[in-house]
Design a protein around this ligand. Structure first.
Ligand SMILES: [Zn+2]
Length: 168
């Protein structure tokens, strides 16, 4: 698909209306208007490219923002979990899909059935998502490792390593 025909690019350029829930200099996220689950969000890089490895740095940024956004979505929509998927789209514009899950029976990526949703309901969800602050706040307090048994301490150390590696 040519860039000028890409719906995501049109959303980015504000050529078609959309429910944007987050944007920064590298990426933009908006509600899917035919969501597989209510509150499904699609996050795309501003620059049109097809595969994640075309621009790894931007793709990493997109994935990181997707996780942060997913945390906010989970909280404000009272979802039990959120599925995040990178699935090829006919638009050939790299994208990350964020599906809130409301019950253990929800398997949106496998079911992949879009649902009709009213504009009023979309608007309602949009208002909720606009309140999300996409930013993981580092906990200031040091992790207490005193008085904990060895297993817990090892787990905390692992978590800390993970944090240092993947978070700013
Ligand atoms: Zn595009």
């Amino acid at each position: 698909m040519e860039v000028q025909e890409c719906i995501f690019c049109k959303i980015i350029k504000r050529e078609i209306p959309s429910y944007i829930v987050y944007e920064d200099e590298k990426c933009i996220a908006f509600l899917d208007i035919r969501p597989v689950t209510k509150g499904m969000v699609i996050l795309v890089p501003r620059f049109h490219y097809e595969t994640f490895d075309f621009d790894l740095e931007t793709s990493y940024h997109c994935l990181k923002k997707s996780l942060e956004l997913a945390k906010g979505i989970k909280d404000v929509l009272n979802a039990i979990d959120v599925q995040i998927a990178i699935i090829r789209s006919p638009l050939k514009h790299f994208n990350i899909r964020i599906y809130p899950i409301y019950s253990n029976e929800d398997i949106p990526i496998i079911q992949n059935k879009p649902n009709e949703i009213s504009e009023a309901e979309l608007n309602q969800i949009w208002q909720k998502l606009l309140a999300i602050k996409v930013e993981i706040k580092e906990k200031e307090e040091k992790i207490k490792i005193e008085n904990e048994n060895d297993e817990e301490r090892k787990f905390e150390e692992l978590k800390e390593k993970w944090r240092k590696r993947f978070l700013p």
